[in-house]
Design a protein around this ligand. Structure first.
Ligand code: SF4
Length: 323
C-alpha cells in the first residue's frame, strides 16, 4: 500500500508553549525542593503533563493546596487576579509562564474596563484561559459567547458601551462570523479589528487549509490532546472542507480501517503537541504504508518568548554555583 502524507507547517509547539515547556523542564535543575507545584497543567497535553509528573511535578487546580512559601508555576493559559492575590498571601514564589499573547488580551480587557465598557467574551467558559482573562475584571459585566447562536440570546444590561474580545485559540472563520453577528446586533460595539486569536493558532489553521485547498486530501490527522482548544479547532476544519478528520493523541490511536490505498493524508498538530509524537507518526506511516512525504510550508515562524525574572534569577544562581 502507498499513501501520500502532506505534513503541515507550521504545526506543533508555538512560541508560548516552547517557552513554558523549556522553562518548566529547566526548573527541575534550578529548584532543589520537591515537589514543584504547577497551578493547572502547564499546557494542555497529556504526554507532557505525564513527563513533568515523572520529574516531580504536582499539578493542582486549587491554589490553596500549594503549601505556603513554595514555588508555584503558572501555566501558559494565564490566571485571574484572585489566583495571584491568594498566591501572594501565601508568599508563594511565582514563576509565571503565562503566554505574552494571553497577557496582551488581559491588558486589552482591562483597558476596556477602564473605559467603562462591558465585555462580550468569545470563548469557552470552562477553558482555563477564559477563567484567567475574565478573572481580570472586577467592575465590568461580561457575557460569554461560545457559538454564533449565543449572540441571539445575549441580554446586556446596557448596549451603548460594549466591547468584544476573544480567546486566543479559536477557529478563525467561526470567530469572524460571531463578530459580524455581534456587530449587527450591537452597532456601537468596539473591539480589535478582527479578533484576539494568536498568530500561532492562525498560522496552523491557515497552513492546513492551504493543503486542503491545493491537494485532494482524503483524511486529516491532528495530533493533540482532547483538552487542547487549538488542537480541537484544527481537527474541526475537516468538517468545513467535508474531509474525514480525527484528533489523535499519538500514532497508537490511528485505526487501520481509516487508511486506504493511494490515500492523501494531511498531518498537523496543535500548538501543545510535542515534536516527538509527530515524528513517531511520520515514521509509522513510512514503515507501515510506504508513505511518500510532502513537507508543505505555509509560513515560517520566528517568534521567541522568554521566561520571567524569577526564572532568570534561579538560572543565574544555579550557573554561578556550578562554575
Ligand atoms: S497558542 Fe498562542 S496564545 Fe497559546 S501559548 Fe501558543 S502563542 Fe500563546
Amino acid at each position: 500500500m502507498i499513501i501520500n502524507l502532506y505534513i503541515s507547517n507550521p504545526r506543533g509547539f508555538c512560541a508560548g508553549v516552547t517557552n513554558a515547556i523549556k522553562a518548566s523542564n529547566e526548573l527541575f535543575q534550578y529548584i532543589k525542593e520537591r515537589p514543584i507545584y504547577f497551578y493547572h497543567e502547564i499546557v494542555h497535553n497529556h504526554f507532557l503533563t505525564k513527563e513533568l509528573i515523572k520529574k516531580g511535578a504536582i499539578f493542582v487546580n486549587n491554589i490553596s493546596f500549594v503549601p505556603d512559601e513554595s514555588y508555584v508555576i503558572f501555566s501558559a493559559h494565564g490566571v485571574s487576579d484572585e489566583i495571584e492575590r491568594i498566591a501572594n498571601e501565601k508568599n508563594l514564589k511565582i514563576i509565571d509562564l503565562t503566554c505574552p499573547l494571553v497577557r496582551k488580551v488581559h491588558k486589552e480587557i482591562q483597558l476596556h474596563q477602564k473605559n467603562g465598557m462591558d465585555i462580550i467574551y468569545i470563548g469557552s467558559k470552562n477553558h482555563q484561559e477564559a477563567k484567567g482573562t475574565l478573572g481580570r475584571l472586577n467592575e465590568s459585566k461580561f457575557y460569554i459567547v461560545e457559538d454564533k447562536n449565543d449572540v441571539d440570546t445575549l441580554k446586556p444590561i446596557q448596549i451603548e458601551r460594549l466591547a468584544y474580545i476573544s480567546q486566543t485559540t479559536l477557529n478563525v472563520d467561526k470567530v469572524k462570523e460571531i463578530i459580524e453577528k455581534i456587530q449587527k446586533r450591537f452597532p456601537n460595539v468596539v473591539g480589535a479589528n478582527v479578533d484576539s486569536i494568536c498568530h500561532a493558532t492562525k498560522n496552523r489553521q491557515n497552513a492546513l487549509k492551504n493543503i486542503l485547498n491545493n491537494h485532494e486530501i482524503d483524511l486529516i490527522l491532528t495530533i493533540g490532546s482532547d483538552i487542547s482548544s487549538n488542537s480541537n479547532k484544527l481537527a474541526e476544519i475537516g468538517s468545513e472542507f467535508k474531509v474525514n478528520s480525527y484528533l489523535i493523541e499519538d500514532k497508537n490511536q490511528i485505526e487501520s480501517e481509516w487508511i486506504e490505498q493511494n490515500m492523501k493524508i494531511a498531518l498537523t498538530a496543535g500548538a501543545s503537541a510535542p515534536e516527538i509524537l509527530i515524528n513517531e507518526t511520520i515514521e509509522y506511516f513510512e514503515k507501515n504504508y510506504n508513505a511518500i512525504i510532502h513537507n508543505v510550508v505555509f509560513i515560517e515562524e520566528d517568534v521567541v518568548f522568554h521566561p520571567p525574572r524569577l526564572f532568570r534569577e534561579l538560572k543565574k544562581r544555579f550557573e554561578t554555583q556550578n562554575i
